[in-house]
Design a binder for this molecule. Structure first.
Ligand code: SF4
Length: 87
């Protein structure tokens, strides 16, 4: 079951959804990964706590999984962009 930290997780759209939808198994690649991520993002799309979830992941440097509709690669890009803006 997918669980998220914080007092906002009780309203999470992913509550009760298998964590394997949001976190990749070892060795997952290509189309399988893209499909899983797309399914997870659809759940996030209408989630009432998307902003809190995304903020949590970005401020805590969550390395794995989909958080607030962002993949691991999305978060890395976001962080790089922020760092570039600080220089
Ligand atoms: S934004 Fe996505 S990962 Fe975050 S709590 Fe909502 S459904 Fe779960």
């Amino acid at each position: 079951m997918c669980t998220r930290p914080g007092n906002w997780e009780i309203r999470a759209a992913c509550r009760g959804v298998a964590s394997s939808v949001f976190f990749s198994p070892d060795g997952e690649r290509g189309i399988a990964r893209a499909r899983r991520e797309s399914g997870a993002r659809e759940i996030c799309h209408d989630c009432p706590v998307l902003a809190q979830c995304r903020d949590h992941a970005l401020s805590n440097g969550e390395p794995y999984g989909i958080w607030g509709g962002m993949t691991e690669a999305d978060r890395r890009r976001h962080t790089r962009t922020l760092r570039r803006g600080q220089h």
